[in-house]
Design a protein around this ligand. Sequence first.
Ligand SMILES: [Zn+2]
Length: 306
Amino acid sequence: MPRYTPRGVYPERRRRARSTRHDVAFFSTLLTVLHVACPGVPRSTPSPGGTIKGLEYAKKLGIDAMEMEWVQRVPSNVEHVEAIGQKARDLSMKLTIHAPFYVNLNAKDKVILAASKKRILQALTMGQICGALSVCVHPAFYLGMDPEKAYENVRRATDDIMKQKSKFFPDVNLGYETMGKPTQFGTLEEVLRLSKEFGIYPCVDPAHMHARSNGAWNSAKEWNQMFDLYEKYLGKSSLNTMHLHFSGIAYGPKGEKHHLKFEESDAKWKEFLGVLKKRKIGGVLVSESPAMEEDALLLKKAYEKL
Ligand SMILES: [Zn+2]
């Protein structure tokens, strides 16, 4: 059995460890910090590359968080995933995970539904082993179904997954993402409502919201509304430990086409950083631009200058 050493978890969960009097790491987690994460191993990592070398290299560049892109499959080598967690702790880097794309918690086909739940559970379990904070999941497609009916199906599947929490992923968040296409389950309200029901928090991607609405959600006023709604559902302190994605994005009437570099998009990214700073939003912000480490650093440096 893998040994669990869940550290780097958010303050709420660490309160249990309060008796450790000289736990400096614990007290530092009380400060609201926004970590800008690279979406996977930096492209310029010297060969032979890999996640461990990528973490070392990202740290050297000045990046202190990474989202591991397990979008094709979840790694199965427990020792390796443990070693990733150890390396991240040694370097004081935060980890988040993106779960496989092949998921539909609204699938009518029982085999697809079971496989979807299994992939999410595997990502969460491996997340626990490496001390990841949160696992981003694309929850479902509507498949032409009434959104409320789809919600009920996703809720039932989530209930099955959450029954395994205490055993397999006690310290990892299941983060349903706000999705970029109108055919995908995952409006802000849907993921907030689900998260509230299960005591989890979503992975909010304002670029997806921008694309889904064919151009809205791209101003300080709208982002403030977004955070207000988040706070209304999940409480003020939840804004200290968010899982955010952001990038430039190409879109049309059918929503998201593909991600873009910030400078090549219409994203008012500096304005977005201003809202984050002003509201003291904390947690992990994954820069999902195709210019991986360059744009993560662009965000980080611009944020620090504000
Ligand atoms: Zn995603």
